[in-house]
Design a binder for this molecule. Structure first.
Ligand code: O2Y
Ligand code: MN
Length: 545
């Protein structure tokens, strides 16, 4: 605090809470400065930045020389996952950032749990070296060496670039370990839906960044679903392996949430608001004059005066936003009112449904179910989302983001698809069903067709019904969509006609979609698994193209 690295917030209203302001040139993870380093380019594929290890040694390693001078160097042993779990792994992060130490203490199980686990399992720790250095973006690199299970990060002190347990370890390095060992490390939330009869169905869902994963993980059932409960297991990452009973078990390797603050409110996510009321580090939010965190979209009127995310005076007439759009809260998961009683079970929770999704204002139905596992993998591989700066003269800008892993797969994505396809060949597995959802359809007038937020439970309910072998469905070329009346619309302003439009499959539009997917898949050349090509051909045939 003496160095203003942390600002103490109002301790009566926000006990144990602090604000951290990052350098204004360092406010989000940086994909273009993120590299996978392997001897052969083809092992990282066309969707990752590649740097050969020899070049990394020449270009990046020297940046660490003297980089920590004048700062304390910390050694952080940390555990991703819970002690004693087959789904747990140790990491060591060396860092010169006190903000990183404090954040890792929230986001991971730090210290003794990690050292005990190292001793008990004899595992090799994933080794990470991090230095803020001079925070110069010209000298900023996030390097991954999957073969050695090593991470180097230099020149950034922000979130995903610097808290190495999260994206670097739990997704990029872990996805490669998972491929070698036959499990899955995925960019997925994990949620349980408990019926009034007390039966809980667990689902894992992959959505690209900024599609509301944290909100879905912490959903509050609407009035119509009184008696139902939603249990949060994780909001960002799922590690999944096959249990002895043949089911797929998922665990959240993290111990905290690093959620986006703007637009989080008692209306959009009351559980998140209650989670961040204590022991939380806010990053790049605004702060009121009486030291309360504030951001655009929070409940109530804006403060008459505040400090913006850079610490400059701000009023509602200021032209800039008070909070940075990527401002965040770092909060312990155990504080979440909807945290599952099973979120720390060492075996994880059994997954009945895998859900893929994206933000598509047109084309993609509210929900559909794949025809088979391999078709579901194809659906995930073809996933896409509209980018925030969506509208242009050329139409909507759509980013392909297979399984929401485009920025996080630590190896060639073609091999990643093959790994997913191989799952159904494992003897004795009871495969989860695979679905695709889209909360973001708009009508011709440009209005949302589906209310979203808590009402998304109605769609999850249909998914659960399908998993139980119930739930009316109609087969279409792209998969099963809900039959008329299968999704409960009681109490919401969604007419049967709108429901019809939300679940309709436009053949011509889908033919164009397949062509666009083909352009994406084409970049993998011969490495694209035959299973994906086979599904693509089958879809073309069903569409009559
Ligand atoms: O910009 C960052 O460093 C954070 S990115 C992030 C944080 C929490 C969960 N997911 C993400 C993401 O980009 O997927
Ligand atoms: Mn994420």
């Amino acid at each position: 605090m003496d160095d203003r690295e942390l600002i103490r917030l109002h301790q009566k209203k926000y006990p144990g809470c602090y604000l951290h302001r990052s350098n204004p040139n360092d406010v989000a993870r940086t994909e273009k400065l993120t590299f996978i380093s392997t001897p052969r380019h083809e092992d990282v594929g066309p969707t990752n930045n590649w740097m050969p290890p020899a070049d990394a040694k020449k270009r990046v390693w020297p940046l660490f020389k003297g980089a920590m001078k004048g700062r304390t160097m910390f050694v952080i042993p940390y555990l991703m996952g819970v002690p004693g779990s087959l789904l747990a792994r140790v990491g060591i992060e060396i860092t010169d950032s006190r903000y990183v130490v404090l954040s890792m203490r929230i986001m991971t199980r730090m210290g003794k749990a990690a050292l005990d686990s190292l001793k008990a399992t004899g595992q090799r720790a994933v080794r990470g070296l991090h230095s803020k250095a001079d925070l110069n973006p010209e000298r900023r690199f996030i390097m991954h060496f999957p073969a050695d299970e090593v991470i180097w990060s230099v020149g950034s002190g922000y979130g995903g670039n610097a808290l190495l347990g999260k994206k670097c370890f739990s997704l990029r390095i872990a996805s490669d370990i998972a491929r070698r060992e036959g499990w899955l490390a995925e960019h997925m939330l994990i949620v349980g839906l408990e019926s009034p009869e007390g039966e809980t169905t667990y689902m894992a869902a992959a959505f690209p960044s900024a599609c509301g994963k944290t909100n879905l993980a912490m959903l509050v059932p609407p009035e119509r679903f009184k008696g139902w409960k939603v249990w949060t297991v994780g909001d960002d990452i799922a590690w999944m392996r096959w249990g002895e009973d043949g089911r797929l078990y998922a665990a959240n390797p993290e111990a905290g949430f690093f959620g986006v603050a703007p637009l989080t409110s008692m209306k959009t996510n009351p559980n998140a608001m209650k989670t961040v009321g204590k022991n939380t580090i806010f990053v790049n939010t605004a702060m009121t004059l009486d030291a309360l965190p504030w951001w655009e979209g929070m409940d109530g009127p804006p403060p008459a005066e505040a400090w913006d995310w850079r610490g400059r005076p701000w009023t509602p007439t200021s032209s800039d936003k008070a909070a940075h759009p990527n401002s965040r809260f770092t909060a312990p998961a155990r504080q979440c009112p909807s945290i599952s009683p099973h979120w720390e079970d060492p075996q994880g929770v059994p997954i009945s449904a895998i859900i893929f999704g994206g933000r598509r204002s047109q084309l993609t139905p509210l929900v559909y179910e794949s025809l088979s596992w391999s078709h579901g993998v194809y659906v995930g591989a073809g996933m896409a989302t509209e980018t925030t700066a969506a509208a242009s003269d050329l139409g909507l800008s759509v980013r392909r983001d297979p399984m929401a892993m485009l920025p996080f797969c630590g190896y060639n994505m073609a091999d990643y698809f093959a790994h997913w396809l191989s799952m159904e060949k494992k003897p004795g597995v009871k495969l989860p069903r695979i679905f695709h959802v889209n909360w973001f359809r708009k009508n011709d007038a440009g209005n949302w067709m589906w209310p979203g937020f808590g009402e998304n439970l109605r769609v999850l309910h249909w998914i659960v019904e399908r998993c139980k072998g119930r739930g009316k469905a109609v087969e279409t070329p792209i998969g099963f969509v809900p039959g008329a009346g299968a999704i409960d619309t009681d109490g919401i302003d969604v007419s049967p006609e709108t429901m019809h439009d939300l679940t309709a499959v436009g053949g011509e539009d889908w033919k164009a979609e397949v062509e666009d997917q083909e352009a994406f898949f084409g970049q993998f050349g011969d490495r694209l698994p035959g299973g994906i090509r086979k599904e693509e051909q089958a879809l073309r045939k069903r569409l009559g193209s």
